[in-house]
Design a protein around this ligand. Structure first.
Ligand SMILES: *Cc1c(COP(=O)(O)O)cnc(C)c1O
Length: 210
């Protein structure tokens, strides 16, 4: 797919917000969510890259992604995205395989699923948000990039956290992009997920348990 030129992308964001300004929720009550989408729309049925592409931006007023807090179900029987695959891309096809495990988790009272690598030892991320935890000695940990999405909220949190470690606050001792086991998560001081839609999703009980 050809990348959308940055100027066009920004101009369309501004236009979409201007045209839907009446739908921006009052401050503190929610947000106007922007969902850009680039899709093949060429007139061909063959399996192959499209000859033509359509770029659209949907907007919708949204409330909290995790009302009442995030309660994540550890999922080791289903894998989100393969190594050397496209897990690092915000591609529609990465979501569809998550719907069934997600539906099952929601029916059992969870807000989302927490995915692990195929061996079930390293946490990856939730279906549409990145994972973080803080160890008892104040180390902020998040899985390293590869199969997971390089979320802009993840990047923001990392930048803010690195700044915090260089202050005297003592809140964080260091920041690590590393592999994280379930054992470490259960031992953690706190844990949260991040995303543009999810914002920062804390557990419903902030006792460090996922
Ligand atoms: C959208 C998304 C995120 C969060 O990305 P942001 O750029 O912070 O919105 C994380 N993981 C997955 C799989 C996502 O689809």
């Amino acid at each position: 797919m050809p990348p959308v030129p940055q100027d066009l992308f920004l101009e369309m964001c501004y236009e979409a917000v201007r045209a839907n300004a009446d739908w921006v929720p009052p401050e503190g009550k929610g947000a106007l969510y922007l969902r850009p989408l680039l899709m093949g729309s060429g007139a061909a049925l063959g399996v192959g890259p499209s000859s033509e592409f359509t770029f659209v931006i949907y907007v919708a007023p949204v409330g909290s992604y995790f009302p009442g807090g995030a309660r994540l179900r550890v999922e080791t029987n289903h894998h989100r995205a393969a190594e050397m695959g496209v897990g690092y891309v915000k591609a529609a096809g990465n979501y569809a395989p998550c719907f069934l495990p997600q539906k099952d988790a929601k029916e059992k009272g969870f807000s989302d699923v927490l995915y692990f690598d195929p061996s079930g030892t390293r946490v990856e991320e939730a279906a549409a948000s990145n994972f973080f935890c803080v160890t008892k000695d104040g180390v902020l940990k998040t899985p390293s990039l590869g199969t997971i999405l390089a979320g802009v909220t993840r990047d923001t949190i990392l930048k803010l956290a690195r700044r915090l470690t260089s202050t005297e606050s003592g809140l964080l001792t260091s920041v690590q992009e590393t592999s994280i086991s379930l054992g470490e998560i259960l031992e953690a001081r706190e844990a949260f997920v991040t995303g543009t839609a999810a914002a920062v999703g804390w557990p419903s009980h902030r006792d460090g348990n996922v």
